[in-house]
Every structure is written in structure tokens, then in C-alpha cells.
Ligand binder design. Sequence first.
Ligand code: NAD
Ligand code: DAU
Length: 343
Amino acid sequence: MKLLVTGGAGFIGANFVHATVRERPDVDVVVLDKLTYAGDRATLEAVADRITFVEGDCADTALVSQLVGDLAAGGEDAAVVHFAAESHNDNSLSDPWPFVQTNLLGTYALLEAVRAHGVRYHHVSTDEVYGDLPLADPADDPARERFTADTPYNPSSPYSATKAGSDLLVRAWARSFGIRATISNCSNNYGPWQHVEKFIPRQITNILDGVRPKVYGAGTNVRDWIHVDDHNRAVWAVLGRGRVGQTYLIGADGEANNLRVVRALLEIAGQDADAYDLVSDRPGHDLRYAIDASLLREELGWRPLHSDLESGLKATFDWYRDNEAWWRPRKAATEAKYAQLGR
Ligand code: NAD
Ligand code: DAU
């Protein structure tokens, strides 16, 4: 099988490439990545001789058409897995343009290429396209509302609006042009190689630097955490056994509010669980995300392997402690950006 993986030098894409090389040695992987601030070739160093790396923009129609054409020439068993995106909500509030450019025009370029060359396409998307849900505690309210594939789209930020737009392009290309596409909408990922701008790595690296974690607002916002390897195993399940035209939601029943996560990280570090600062809130901050993944579980037989959030946080904390050389070059610039926002 031949795969074109866009965004393979970013967090989830790189974990996908590592897992694929490790577990599916018969798959030929070509990575297309623009190497924005969020992409890093060092992340792929250990597999560099097992993959083909192309530095370029997924919105470059000529380049994308050539790469997808090469893929198609290799035979029937080829697919594009589209991870590349501008992915951080806070950045989209400061400057939405790169989000429109990459998330909408990049997806458009890939859709036109798979249409022209008849290649299977999987679109990696987010639960944020559905907007947010009212706060609810799984322990008190097992029947609480969660997102399903039928939840209406209602994005809040420029990031989630451009991801929603990209999903709608995929649906239109599937219906009007018959491209062989699937979509997955996943909840918040954690694990190795996540940029230090994101919540969990930011707080781990703050703690390692002797800086108090920074929690937006009152810290009561809920995210539905999933280990990145579980997300990527679900992407493989959809790619292999998913129904063309179908949307699958990916989540591991990992709802936790931000205070619980920060307190757990402080405890892992052997510090006072209250040693964090509440800082100004993110504008338009979504309250709660929660996924009903029953279609993925029942139809494709997928199950998460990492079901205990605290032990996943401990492994992630240890990874950042042991891999400072990877994250250190980005830490100061990231914190300077947050300082300008007063967070
Ligand atoms: P990331 O920001 O860590 O990585 C994005 C990668 O895409 C980087 O390597 C970057 O260089 C590359 N890229 C950006 N613009 C590009 C362009 N124009 N052309 C080619 N490459 C480009 O993002 P991530 O967290 O790994 O997210 C990957 C995908 O998963 C995104 O589509 C995101 O919307 C989706 N997603 C993320 C999460 C999460 O919790 N992080 C959850 C659900 C879905
Ligand atoms: O739900 C999936 C989405 O999860 C993905 O589509 C996005 O690409 C990914 O970035 C993530 O979006 P969030 O906005 O939920 O993630 P982030 O890590 O930025 O923030 C998680 C929560 O933590 C959110 O409630 C905001 C809060 N937060 C974040 C930062 C960076 C803080 O309290 N303090 C912080 O310093």
C-alpha cells in the first residue's frame, strides 16, 4: 500500500507515521509537510530512512496533483491521509488567515487531486466543528449530551470554522463527484511530540521550568482526552474497514476539566496540586466537548488501549522530561506569544 500523509511532521501526523512504519512495514509512506512553526523534521528523524519526505504546501495544487498522481500510478491500493492544518485556537484568534489558507484551500487542493486521480481519501478532523456542550459531570449524569455524527455543525473559532468548512468540502466532493472519502472527528489528543503551545505540554514544560501552570478562566472547561496512539489506531480502522462516505467520531470517554488535568500534572511532579495560576480566559472559549464513539466501536470494533488518563499523563510528563532537546527550542517564543496575550 502507498500512503500520502500530509502534516506528517506535526504532532498527530508524526505519531501516525511512527506507528505505521513500526506496525505496517509493507506500507510506503510519503510525507508532505510545509514545516510551519508546528512542524519539525527532527520528529521524524528515527524513521527518516523508511519514508519519503517532501517539504511543501498542501495548498499548492500543482505539487499536490503530482504527488497524488504518483501515488495512483503505484496501483489501486493508495490513499491520502490529510492531517495538515493550522491547529491552534489561540493562534486563529490572533491571525485567522493561515487557517483559511491551509485548512480550506489545502483541503480543496487535495480533493481536486484525489478526484482527478481516483485515489481514496481520509480527512482528519476535529470534534470542535460541533461547537460546545453545556457543562455536565459524567459521574452525576451518565445520559448527558455528547457529540454524534448527526450533531449540527456550530463552530466557535476561526480554527473550528475552517475545519468545519473543510469537512463540508469533503462531503460535497463525495456526493457530487463520487470521491472515495471518509471523515473522522476526534477529541483532544495528548502524547509525545505535541507542540508546547498546547495545554498539556505547556503545563508540563512550565512545571519542568519551575513556572506555575496557567489555567484559562475558572479551569472548569471540559475536554474529552484521548491518547494520540488510540486516535491513530482509529484512523487506520476507518481507512481499512470504514464505509466510504461515512463520518466516524473518535473519542475514548476521557472527559476531564482543565483543573483536574493541571492538578494531576502537579501531583505527578510531586508539587502542591494548587500551585497553578488562573489567567484571563480565551475569547469564545468552548465549555465542553464529549464524544459518543459508539459507531466506531460497534461497526469497526475499535477500542482505546489507553483508558486511564492519569497514567497517560504520567507517561507524557516523563516523555517531556526525557526529551527536553526536542521541545526546548520552541518554548521561549511560545511563552513570549502568550505573554503578549496576558496568559
Ligand atoms: P500540528 O499543528 O501539531 O501539526 C500540523 C502539521 O501540519 C505541522 O507539521 C505543519 O508543519 C503542517 N502544515 C501546516 N500547514 C501546512 C500546509 N499548508 N501544507 C503542508 N503542511 C502543513 O497539528 P496536530 O495537532 O497534529 O493536528 C493534526 C490534525 O488533526 C489537524 O487536522 C487537526 O485539526 C486534527 N485534530 C487535532 C486534534 C488535537 O487534539 N491536536 C484533535 C482532533 C483533530
Ligand atoms: O477537540 C479537539 C481540538 O483540541 C483540536 O481540534 C485542536 O487542534 C487542539 O488544539 C485542541 O483544541 P483546544 O483548544 O481544546 O486545545 P488546547 O490545548 O489549546 O486547550 C485545551 C484546554 O485548555 C482549553 O479549554 C483551553 C485550556 N488552556 C489552554 C492553554 C494553552 C488553558 O487553560 N491554559 C493554557 O495555557
